[in-house]
Design a protein around this ligand. Structure first.
Ligand code: GRF
Length: 211
């Protein structure tokens, strides 16, 4: 059975969707950089003892990342899933887990990297918004895209309503991609995401009908 570790910082709804998906693997640990993350209680409710490593206790990003990486390695994961983990990771950390480190980002990358993506999408006037799962590389939100899901932007949307619709897609997309990886079908090769059994684009893009 393959093993995976999930990193969170807060609410943990993506973590819950991964834990509840019946993935073909064992969740070896849930680690948060915030001891008060609500997701830790949600993990405990599923029988997984969460681990908190408070980044505020470290003098530098490098020191925190080194301790975090050692803790992750202790669980010998095949796959590390960033699920609302709100820390910029050092290049050294990313290289250590390259090819087995995934992130979900709430926009159709490469549009709107960084934070406040829903407000950015509304300000830009795009008609489609969504989420992306990608391999993590040192470029912030810039690694090879694996799969995306799109939602329409509606005339009366605000950032909250748009975020809710995107989040519902995140909860479908991330477990799907994690399953591909754990089944051994997905890999990072020559700087691109490759999915065995797919002839065209790696992931899915689907746009539900607007009301
Ligand atoms: C999600 O929108 C995720 O894409 C982004 O941060 C949010 C985390 O939400 N990186 P949750 O903690 O998974 O509920």
């Amino acid at each position: 059975m393959k093993r995976y570790v999930i990193l969170i910082s807060g609410r943990g709804s993506n973590m819950e969707s991964l834990l509840d998906a019946g993935l073909p693997g064992t969740c070896a640990a849930v680690i948060s950089n915030r001891p008060d993350a609500a997701g830790l209680a949600a993990a405990a409710g599923r029988g997984i003892a969460g681990i908190a490593i408070d980044h505020r206790g470290f003098a530098s990003r490098e020191e925190f990342d080194a301790v975090l990486a050692d803790e992750i390695e202790r669980h010998a994961p095949d796959l590390v899933l960033l699920a609302g983990f709100m820390r910029i990771l050092t290049d050294g950390f990313v290289r250590r887990f390259e090819g087995r480190l995934l992130n979900i980002h709430p926009s159709l990358l490469p549009a709107f990297p960084g934070v406040r993506t829903h407000a950015q999408a509304l300000a830009a006037g795009v008609r489609l918004h969504g989420c992306s799962v990608h391999f993590v590389t040192p470029a912030l939100d810039g690694g090879p895209i694996i799969a995306q899901a799109a939602v329409p932007v509606l005339a009366d949307d605000d950032a909250d309503s748009l975020a809710r619709r995107v989040l519902a897609e995140e909860h479908v997309l991330y477990p799907r991609v994690a399953r591909w990886f754990l089944e051994g079908r997905l890999q990072l090769a020559d700087g691109r995401a490759r999915l065995a059994g797919e002839t065209a684009a790696c992931g899915s893009l689907h746009a539900p009908q607007a009301d």
